[in-house]
Write a protein that binds this ligand. Structure first.
Ligand code: GLA
Length: 408
């Protein structure tokens, strides 16, 4: 969702967040939209940044994301009839969208509604039926197209508040799975589980080390001493629906099926580097071999990175991040010139421990670990050279690792 607020009301209400109480202001925006405010509840679900483990989640490997303090908010109130009304403070010009309980077909306009409606549809398919309508007012502060999972955050948020309001009793991991199901089957993006899982199970100050083959996970405290995590937005828009994401998934599956003629494995994540080297002859063409090599080596890098973080070995962690970028660029081919320029230029600077593209790719953000006392200098230098070389202005966000979904 865009973080640009078009209407005077929304800008006035939300940009003064540090001065006013956020919950009251979201309730006020709800009132501006629906003309009542009694009994309104406000909820939040975060976006995510992935530290390492990219394009491994649909290959049965590990991922290592963190929930962010930016995400999506919703002010909600049940109705006495069967209407569901949806409105976004990010797209006030698109107005209120109204549907009926039980009528969950794809909505042509406003298209943003298909993320929450997809979740309501998925709940319905799984037997969680809304027994009345609801008024919903959303507002998100994740920059549009940044690849920091605005879609997962609105999905998890919707499932979370409906679960709370209607008392369905769904666990957080099942909320993540339901949201992935809706994105795969309603929105047509064949995403893995990482984004929804990170949003649903986020924990302040911690990264989530998730084995996507079993959905077992462990929290890893991110305690940096003298270094900071920084996200750099290339402002080259990322969209996994229109990107080659689904192609990559198919290519990895084809490589797996060729390996399965020789070895008994369910996913590429089961292979060590040496096993891959031993059996890679089974993969018939070079492109598929490179896709599989990324999936296998990236998974092993993620396991090593988790250990390095536990042992406070930031040097090794940073090196693994750079190796991850190179593999995503050359073997998996999901980077783009803009992300490569940011990584290349950052690596020339002093105080840079590691940097890589993060998320699905084809645009979006890089994440890096930098010396805190050099960070302003690093930002200025990257800002200047990136503008020169790519003609686009980068944005910089200090990473603050936040909680999963909650009621405010
Ligand atoms: C997108 C998908 C995730 C994951 C990443 C790449 O964010 O939604 O499931 O595959 O790309 O790691």
């Amino acid at each position: 969702m865009a973080n640009r607020v078009h209407s005077a009301v929304a800008a006035n209400v939300l940009c003064k967040r540090e001065v006013f109480n956020l919950k009251e202001k979201l309730t006020e925006l709800f009132w501006e939209t629906y003309n009542y405010r009694d009994g309104v509840s406000v909820y939040f679900a975060p976006g995510r940044v992935n530290l390492i483990g990219e394009h491994t989640d649909y290959n049965g490997g590990h991922v290592f994301p963190c929930a962010l303090t930016i995400g999506t908010y919703a002010a909600v109130k049940c109705r006495d009839d069967n209407k569901i009304r949806l409105y976004s403070g990010n797209f006030p010009e698109k107005g209120v969208c109204e549907i009926e309980v039980g009528d969950y077909s794809y909505i042509k306009q406003p298209d943003w509604c298909n993320y929450p409606v997809g979740v309501i549809w998925a709940l319905y398919k799984k037997g969680y039926v809304l027994d009345r309508g609801i008024d919903i007012m959303y507002y998100g502060d994740i920059p549009s197209g940044s690849g920091l999972s605005s879609s997962a955050s609105i999905e998890v948020l919707t499932a979370y508040f409906l679960n709370d309001v209607f008392g369905f009793g769904i666990e957080l991991t099942d909320i993540a799975l339901l949201c992935q199901y809706s994105e795969n089957n309603f929105n047509g993006s064949n995403c893995g589980i990482m984004d929804q899982f990170a949003s649903a199970n986020g924990k302040a100050g911690n990264a989530i080390f998730l084995d996507t083959a079993t959905l077992t996970y462990e929290y890893a405290p991110v305690r940096l001493d003298g270094q900071s995590l920084l996200i750099i937005n290339s402002n080259k828009k990322h969209s996994i629906v229109s990107s080659h994401y689904n192609d990559r998934r198919r290519e990895a599956e084809t490589a797996l099926s060729q390996l399965q003629r020789e070895i008994d494995i369910q996913s590429l994540g089961e292979l060590s580097e040496s096993e891959f080297e031993k059996y890679k002859y089974c993969i018939e063409d070079d492109l598929l071999l490179r896709r599989a090599r990324h999936a296998v080596y990236e998974n092993q890098r993620t396991i090593k990175a988790k250990k390095a973080l536990n042992e406070n070995d930031i040097k090794l962690f940073g090196e693994l991040m750079v190796d991850s970028h190179v593999s995503l660029r050359d073997d998996y081919e999901v980077s783009c010139r803009e992300l490569d320029v940011i990584v290349e230029e950052a690596l020339k600077l002093d105080g840079v421990w590691g940097i890589r593209m993060t998320g699905g790719g084809f645009g979006g953000c890089c994440v890096g670990i930098f010396d805190t006392d050099k960070i302003e200098d690093i930002k200025n230098k990257i800002d200047r050279v990136y503008k020169d070389r790519c003609g686009i202005k980068a944005d910089f966000y200090d990473v603050s690792i936040g909680e999963g979904p909650h009621r405010l």
